[in-house]
Design a protein around this ligand. Structure first.
Ligand code: ATP
Length: 266
């Protein structure tokens, strides 16, 4: 399984500083979540890891990102998106970006391009796995992706990423805009994907769902990590409960006092 290390990462879009001195780890086999409100820098962090910042006119200005001990980016701008995918770092972008005019089957086929997909037999195995996880995609293989429901499009976006046989999956708000039941289905599938050997870095505004999935969590505010710790402890912290879970102190008995949360000086 694969591990990711982000060290002292700063990212800018021209004069806009989007991330400042962010450090984060995804240990091999873990699900790690980054929580934060709109504009906190969550998507920027994923773009930096997947090497797609340049598509958004952004750039790493400081720091390093390494995957399995090898640098995949730094100030030198080594890497590039193709190299990241080839190494097994695959992103599912925000907003269920499927190719609306292409069929479901062609969307999945496109996912295997340029990846570590390997032989035809490997691709066939990946497709069988995607169909096992999302039977609806097998049933609707010949339909245009644009005709799928929002939840089905999210399944297709995830399925397409799986066709690239990721070792580290980067997920940008997979529950966004989905009904609670569909969001729970997607969360269950992420759990299964992780159990089968893929590390996951997830960014979410839905803290309740994300903290149940993840083992470790970071809170990002205005481009900086302000809090991090085991997901269960973050879920129990007053600050996270109030700000991200919408729970007030009067609602429930006092939570267990967290022990190992790390507060980052802003
Ligand atoms: P959201 O949940 O709303 O998607 P986010 O936490 O993912 O927010 P980012 O999209 O990473 O946040 O944005 C971080 C900061 O960088 C914001 O101030 C945003 O306005 C800015 N930003 C993002 N993309 C660009 C861009 N292409 N050009 C200029 N500024 C950008």
């Amino acid at each position: 399984m694969a591990s990711l290390q982000v060290r002292a990462l700063s990212v800018g879009y021209g004069p806009v500083r989007a991330l400042r001195d962010v450090s984060l780890d995804v240990p091999a086999g873990a699900v790690v979540v980054v929580l934060g409100g709109n504009g906190a820098g969550k998507s920027t962090l994923l773009r930096a890891v997947s090497q797609t910042l340049a598509f958004h006119r952004g750039a790493v200005t400081h720091g390093d990102i390494s995957f399995d001990g090898r640098t995949i980016d730094g100030r030198a701008g080594l890497g590039g998106p193709a190299r990241a995918v080839a190494a097994g770092v695959v992103q599912v972008p925000e907003g269920r970006q499927v190719f609306a005019r292409m069929t479901v089957a062609d969307n999945l086929r496109a996912g295997a391009l340029g990846s570590r997909a390997g032989s035809r037999a490997d691709t066939a195995r990946s497709l069988a796995r995607v169909h096992e996880l999302f039977p609806v995609l097998a049933g609707r293989a010949r339909q245009r992706a644009g005709l799928l429901s929002g939840g089905e499009q999210q399944m297709l976006a995830l399925g397409r990423a799986l066709m690239a046989r990721p070792r580290l999956l980067l997920l940008d708000e997979p529950s966004l805009g989905l009904a609670p039941k569909m969001a729970a289905t997607i969360a269950e599938t992420i759990r299964e994907i992780n159990a089968a050997g893929t590390s996951v870095l997830l960014v979410e505004q839905n803290a309740a769902l994300a903290l149940r999935l993840a083992s470790y969590a970071y809170v990002l505010e205005v481009g900086e990590v302000t809090l991090s710790g085991p997901a269960a402890e973050l879920a129990a912290s007053d600050e996270v409960r109030r700000r991200y879970l919408g729970i007030t102190d009067e609602d429930t008995p006092a939570p267990v006092q967290p022990r190992t949360l790390r507060r980052w000086s802003a």
